[in-house]
Design a protein around this ligand. Structure first.
Ligand SMILES: NC(=O)c1ccc[n+]([C@@H]2O[C@H](COP(=O)([O-])OP(=O)(O)OC[C@H]3O[C@@H](n4cnc5c(N)ncnc54)[C@H](OP(=O)(O)O)[C@@H]3O)[C@@H](O)[C@H]2O)c1
Length: 373
């Protein structure tokens, strides 16, 4: 870091880079010096497209002494090892969501960050939108009464004809499915509004086989797991040929301290409006596109009003969806020498991954690379 200027390197040149970089371009006081990808061709194409000075291999980028921080933007299954390598090379790490596939993997990352004394944060950009503290203030004011329930959904349908080969979202080898890709937004949002780790969680999933057929799976109630599936005992991932499944759709409920419930939906099998509604004893707050929230409708005894906090666009012609907020936060942490974000803490990341572990276990959804217990 020179005169407070943060130099970033990007690890991964896939779909998300196109969006994140528009946020990075809005931020002053930092620059992107290099992009790396698994293949040289992808890195070079991204460097050309986004005007990034250098296209490197992961190893070359991590060996660069002038790079302070890296953004890990590769499929979920590659997060852990790249983030570990980056921290061991002394880099601050912003790792895409889900930070890891399991809570156990996240523990390795947090331990490494401590040992190497470097910054580490999961890129849950939702947490940094200016609307979030505003909504928290409204809740704390008591205007909607005591918060009792939260409903949220984040689900879209992958394109017709897509397969495990053509998208990571349907690929069990790349930890595909809805929960880890978009369901984590539900769980992070519930943590933000209701606080802490859920006291209990339960749910059902429609698991998708590679031929596109789906079946219901879950541990709740009398009609438990996996009816009609080859593993009718629920033992669908054990043995020498684990089932190759992803969660196509899922509905789950988490209970928080004081009896507040979060009712959540996620998936890659259906388009569902991605709205969150926070229900209090006196009113409610409705937040469209809650995972990148810029407006909220408040319905309370005082009346109905809408508040809007649009994303500032400082660079003409570049439309940032709101990634600038998390990037600015990381830059601020680095300038202050903070190693763990006070907003997106290591424990919060752990809690969400632990809940995902629990849900996947109850659905019998283990990925092929995971060892059955
Ligand atoms: N925050 C958000 O709004 C948001 C939105 C979308 C995605 N994401 C997250 O961002 C991450 C990346 O998503 P994406 O859609 O950009 O994925 P993607 O398009 O599949 O990413 C491909 C990139 O990762 C590299 N790569 C692929 N497999 C790899 C491996 N095994 N080891 C190392 N590098 C590998 C590719 O290299 P080559 O091309 O050289 O093979 C390419 O650079 C995901 O974890 C996702 O959850 C976040």
């Amino acid at each position: 870091m020179k005169n407070g200027k943060i130099t970033w390197g990007v690890l991964g040149a896939g779909g998300i880079l196109n969006r994140w970089i528009k946020g990075a371009m809005q931020v002053s006081g930092s620059e992107i010096a290099a992009v790396a990808s698994r293949t040289r061709e992808s890195a070079e194409a991204a460097a050309r497209t986004y005007g990034i000075p250098e296209a490197l291999s992961y190893e070359e980028l991590l060996a660069r002494g002038d790079i302070d921080a890296v953004y890990v933007a590769v499929p979920h299954t590659a997060h852990r090892d790249l983030a570990l390598a980056a921290m061991r090379a002394g880099k601050a790490v912003l790792v895409e969501k889900p930070a890891c596939v399991t809570a156990e993997d996240w523990d390795l990352l947090a331990a490494c960050a401590k040992q190497e004394d470097v910054f580490l944060m999961e890129a849950v950009w939702t947490r940094f939108f200016p609307l979030i503290p505003e909504v928290a203030r409204i809740i704390d004011s008591g205007e909607i009464g005591e918060v009792r329930m939260l409903q949220s959904a984040f689900s879209f349908r992958v394109g017709e004809g897509a397969t495990a080969e053509t998208t990571r979202l349907l690929d069990p080898d790349r930890a595909g499915g809805g929960l880890l890709d978009v369901g984590v937004y539900n769980l992070h949002f519930a943590e933000m509004i209701l606080g802490g780790k859920p006291e209990a969680v339960t749910g059902l999933s429609a698991l998708r086989r590679e031929d596109g057929t789906v079946f219901t799976s879950g541990s709740a109630g009398a009609n438990a797991c996996c009816e009609g599936d080859p593993g009718e005992s629920g033992d669908i991932s054990h043995g020498s040929q684990p089932s190759r499944l992803v969660d196509d759709l899922a509905g789950y409920v988490a209970g928080y301290k004081g009896g507040a419930l979060a009712v959540m939906t996620s998936g890659v099998g259906a388009n569902i409006p991605d709205t969150a509604t926070i229900f209090g004893t006196l009113g409610r707050i409705v937040m469209p596109v809650f995972w990148k929230p810029t407006s909220a409708e408040i319905i309370s005894p005082a009346g109905t009003r809408t508040i809007a906090r649009p994303v500032p666009q400082r660079v003409p012609g570049i439309e940032d969806e709101g990634y600038q907020f998390e990037i600015e936060h990381v830059n601020d942490c680095l300038r202050e020498g903070i190693k763990e974000s006070p907003v997106m803490t290591w424990e919060k990341t752990r809690q969400v991954l632990e809940t995902c572990d629990e849900l996947r276990r109850s659905w019998g959804l283990l990925y092929p690379f995971e060892e059955a217990d």
